[in-house]
Design a protein around this ligand. Structure first.
Ligand code: PGA
Length: 250
C-alpha cells in the first residue's frame, strides 16, 4: 500500500513574516494527521526558516530546484548539499516552469535527478504535456519521453528512489485541473511504462498529481487508484486550504 504524499510548492511567493504564520498554522493543523506524508518546498532563502519551524514536526521541507554539480563557479545556483545542509529531504526537479522559463532540457533534468539521489535527496520529478501537445493528442508520447530521459540515465534502481509528479502544463495555475479520470489514466500509463523495467518498483513508486489541486477536487483526485498524492501550488499558500488538502490525503 503506497502512503499518500502531499507536496506544497510555494514557487516565488512568501516573506519571513507571512511564512511564519503559514508554517505555524500548517504545523498546528496537521499535528494529528499522521497517516500521510507532507513536504513543503520553499524558496531557497527561506530554508533556514522552514528548518527552524518544521524540525521535529510531521512535515518535511525541500527545495524547488538545484544545480546538478556539487560546487563550482555557477553564480546564483544552489548545490545539492546546500539543501541537505538545511535539512531538506526532497527537491522538485524539472518543474514545467523551469523547463519553459529556464529552458531546462530532459538531459539536464536527468542529470539533476541523478545528483539529487547521490546527495540523498528524494527528487520529485515533474512531467507533463502542454496544452498544444494535449490538444494534438500527444500527451502520452511527450510524457513518456520525459520519463524515459530520466529512467535511461539513472536506471530503475535509482529512479525508484524518487517520486514522480504528473503535472499537465495546461492545468497548472489555471484553475482547470485534469479530471480525476483523465489524471488516473495518465498515472496508470506511467506506472505501466515503469513496470516494463521493474514491476515491483512500479507498484511501489509514488506518482502524485499536480495542476490546480484545490480543496474542492483533492478528495476525488486522491481517491483514484494510481494517484498517490498531490503537488499543490497556489493552494499551498493558504493555510486552511493546504491543511484540508493534506487531511484529504490522510
Ligand atoms: P497550481 O500549481 O496548484 O497552482 O496549479 C501546481 C504546480 O505548479 O506545482
Amino acid at each position: 500500500m503506497r502512503r499518500k504524499l502531499v507536496v506544497g510548492n510555494w514557487k516565488m511567493y512568501g516573506s519571513l513574516e507571512s511564512n511564519k504564520k503559514l508554517l505555524e498554522a500548517v504545523v498546528e493543523g496537521l499535528r494529528d494527521y499522521r497517516n500521510a506524508d507532507y513536504v513543503i518546498c520553499v524558496p531557497h532563502p527561506y530554508l533556514c526558516q522552514a528548518q527552524t519551524i518544521l524540525q521535529g514536526t510531521n512535515i518535511a521541507w525541500g527545495g524547488q530546484n538545484m544545480h546538478q554539480y556539487e560546487a563550482g563557479a555557477f553564480t546564483g545556483s544552489v548545490a545539492p548539499h546546500m539543501l541537505t545542509d538545511f535539512g531538506c529531504t526532497h527537491v522538485i526537479i524539472g518543474h514545467s516552469e523551469r523547463r519553459e522559463m529556464a529552458h531546462e532540457s530532459d538531459a539536464l533534468i536527468a542529470a539533476k535527478f541523478e545528483s539529487a539521489v547521490r546527495a540523498r535527496l528524494t527528487p520529485i520529478l515533474c512531467v507533463g504535456e502542454t496544452r498544444e501537445e494535449h490538444e494534438a493528442g500527444k500527451a502520452h508520447e511527450v510524457v513518456g519521453h520525459q520519463l524515459d530521459a530520466v529512467l535511461e540515465r539513472v536506471g530503475i534502481a535509482n529512479f525508484a528512489k524518487g517520486v514522480l509528479a504528473y503535472e499537465p502544463v495546461w492545468a497548472i495555475g489555471t484553475g482547470k485541473s485534469a479530471s480525476p479520470d483523465k489524471a488516473q489514466s495518465m498515472h496508470a500509463f506511467l506506472r505501466y511504462r515503469i513496470a516494463k523495467h521493474d514491476r515491483k518498483a512500479a507498484s511501489e513508486l509514488r506518482i502524485i498529481y499536480g495542476g490546480s489541486v484545490k480543496v474542492t477536487n483533492a478528495a476525488k483526485l486522491l481517491a483514484q487508484p494510481d494517484i498517490d498524492g498531490a503537488l499543490v501550488g497556489s493552494a499551498s499558500l493558504v493555510a486552511e486550504q493546504f491543511i484540508l488538502i493534506c487531511r484529504a490525503a490522510n
